[in-house]
Design a protein around this ligand. Structure first.
Ligand SMILES: [Mg+2]
Length: 195
């Protein structure tokens, strides 16, 4: 239980919803999710006919995410629905999720994202990286002020989604924050070739 947390947003990092709609990016597959199934509705005003929500997902992303050295956790408006709709396509197991409760979509007067304080509370001092397309400098200020452990706010362009360089940056953080919070290592002792 010593790995850092990876808070995962869906729309933006995993579903590049802002990419040109007629051009599904290479490697992605399409799922269509009924609107009444608790989905995120990034643009609720744009579809009065309530067509299914189109979601692009890259099935390779699950494997990459699992190899990064984190404990994965959904941090998305999909909340528990991410386990139903997103995880199976990516080959991810059922993951814990942050329940945003009455904070969901509630803009704050100070401009801090409505997810931020909930993520800091959930982490409770444990190192975390947060992958999202909506953080701002205000969120970094909030995390710096309220979170005792290492915290990486990793921004992903919603036109592009997660790419190889993002995975590298996250893996680097996982390594460095694990060494900041060292797990209880067995002592090198018997049989150690370096002893
Ligand atoms: Mg998003």
């Amino acid at each position: 239980m010593n790995r850092p947390l990876l808070f995962l947003d869906v729309d933006g990092p995993l579903n590049p919803y802002a990419a040109q709609p007629e051009r599904r990016p290479d490697g992605y597959t399409t799922i269509r999710v009924p609107r009444d199934s608790g989905t995120s509705d990034e643009c609720p005003g744009l579809s009065s006919r309530r067509r299914p929500l189109r979601v692009w997902l890259n099935p390779e992303h699950g494997r990459h995410l699992l190899q990064l050295g984190f404990e994965l956790c959904w941090a998305t408006t999909w909340m528990s629905k991410a386990n139903q709709w997103i995880a199976p396509v990516l080959g991810l197991p059922e993951l814990p999720f942050v329940d945003f409760g009455d904070a969901l979509f509630q803009e704050r007067p100070d401009g801090v994202h409505w997810k931020t304080s909930r993520l800091v509370d959930y982490a409770d001092g444990r190192p975390f990286a947060w992958v999202d397309d909506e953080q701002s400098d205000l969120d970094q200020v909030y995390v710096t002020a309220h979170h005792l452990g290492p915290g990486l706010l990793h921004h992903v362009n919603p036109r592009i989604g997660l790419r190889e360089n993002d995975f590298h940056a996250l893996a680097d953080f996982a390594r460095s924050s694990s060494s900041t919070f060292p797990p209880a290592q067995p002592s090198p002792g018997r049989g150690s070739p370096s002893a």
